[in-house]
Design a protein around this ligand. Structure first.
Ligand code: ADP
Ligand code: MG
Length: 397
């Protein structure tokens, strides 16, 4: 059932609690990439324009002890948000208590405030991350409506999403969450066919659920990256020093049998003797690995064949780089896939996964996809077809 979105709620003069994902990368107390703040602006701006009193909050990093709180305050983020919105953002350096309640009380329509890192509540007993019912109820008591726009934590049932939603009158998805639901959800549930999935990354074990999900849902599944070698070893090939999970070889064999006719593996590779961008490269077929070589990217024949397999696709979902794209000499496979997808007319192309998104963006293809997911773990679980608690907790239409 579709969840409520911003167009379905009336926020005028209401206090709206907005869970955003401001888990930005920081170095020495400075924000190094404010993309997550920028991405949250449309939802916040819309609520402010519509006359809401906006209380927004987020987690930042992981907190287990009181010491972990050092350097994890959201005050810097609140300041940056104020600059981005070009208005004052009142920051309350607490997650509960009188100062917070008074600041919420003092808000007028069209004003915005932020409170402290929700995971500060994890320092003494993991109240946020374990969805302590008293905490969710308390936060819910501060507002009238809950808007969730934090897709990155939607696969977790925390007090700041599920806990609040359980105790508040009305709840809805923000624009960011709505886009994730539309693009990943639709690709998974109602793909236009042919539907092709591309799966890479290091480990089979990280991706078992996704591989199985796509073997069921997709018409073709193209494998690349480090996980290829576990499959190849299962087929009896020499893979030299390539990354492999020996305890997943039986599983790989099962998946190969389940995916017969659908599952495609690379047929050639870029091999080196060292995990280094400067190491000499040899391109070789899959039955031609030497013992001291490792595969760090797919080869040109594979790329050409994958290009053909993709050429009639109407839906493509991609998770996991097909090579060690962080080193320019092994980014060609991943870039080739980006190009093949960019060339598709009339196809929905979706990228999920932290490193895959980073690869597409750093290679300059950010605008060429229908959707690049903002979630890592959350997009993986969504692609597996698992229900996400941060979405399931919201009101449906
Ligand atoms: P995502 O974050 O998109 O889900 P993963 O975390 O599963 O992706 O995998 C990304 C990593 O996989 C990258 O750091 C990349 O260098 C690595 N990788 C890809 N191909 C290989 C390979 N052949 N050998 C070792 N590592 C690889
Ligand atoms: Mg990753």
């Amino acid at each position: 059932m579709p969840v409520k979105t911003l167009k379905d709620i009336d926020v005028k003069n209401k206090t709206v609690l907005v869970r955003v994902d401001f888990n930005v990368p920081m170095e020495n107390g400075e924000i190094t990439d404010d993309n997550r703040i920028v991405q949250a602006l449309p939802t916040l701006q819309k609520l402010l324009d519509d006359g809401a009193k906006v209380v927004c909050f987020s987690h930042l990093g992981r907190i287990k002890t009181r010491e972990d709180k050092k350097g994890k305050s959201l005050d810097v983020v609140a300041r940056r948000l104020g600059e981005a919105l070009n208005r004052e953002v009142v920051f309350v350096p607490h997650t509960r208590g009188q100062a917070l309640e008074q600041a919420v009380e003092a808000l007028r329509p069209g004003e915005i405030m932020m409170f402290e890192n929700t995971r500060f509540e994890d320092a003494d007993g993991r109240k946020e991350s374990k969805n302590d019912p008293e905490l969710g109820k308390y936060w819910a008591s501060l507002g009238d409506i809950f808007v969730n726009d934090a897709f990155g934590t939607a696969h977790r049932a925390h007090a700041s999403n599920v806990g609040i939603a359980a105790h508040i009158e009305e709840s809805a998805a923000g624009y960011l969450l709505e886009r994730e639901i539309k693009h990943i959800g639709d690709a998974i549930e109602h793909p236009k066919r042919p539907f092709v999935a591309i799966l890479g990354g290091i480990k089979v074990s990280d991706k078992i659920g996704v591989i199985r999900s796509f073997l069921q849902r997709a018409d073709k599944v193209l494998i690349g990256g480090g996980m290829s070698y576990t499959f190849m070893k299962a087929q009896g090939f020499e893979i030299g020093e390539s990354v492999v999970e020996d305890d997943k070889i039986d599983l790989a064999r099962t998946l190969l049998a389940e995916g017969e006719g659908k599952l495609h593996l690379p047929e050639d590779f870029k091999l080196t003797k060292e995990f280094s961008n400067d190491a000499p490269i040899r391109i070789a077929a899959r039955d031609d690995f030497r013992r001291d070589e490792m595969g760090l990217d797919i080869g040109p024949k594979t790329l050409a064949r994958y290009g053909e397999l993709l050429s009639d696709a109407k839906t493509v979902v991609w998770n996991g780089p097909v090579g060690v794209f962080e080193m320019p000499n092994f980014a060609q496979g991943t870039e080739g896939i980006c190009k093949a997808l960019a060339a598709l007319e009339d196809a929905t192309t979706v990228i999920g996964g932290g490193d895959s998104a980073a690869a597409a963006i750093s290679l300059g293809y950010a605008d060429q996809f229908t959707h690049i997911s903002t979630g890592g773990g959350a997009s993986l679980e969504f692609m597996e077809g698992k229900p996400l608690p941060g979405i399931g907790c919201l009101d449906t239409l």
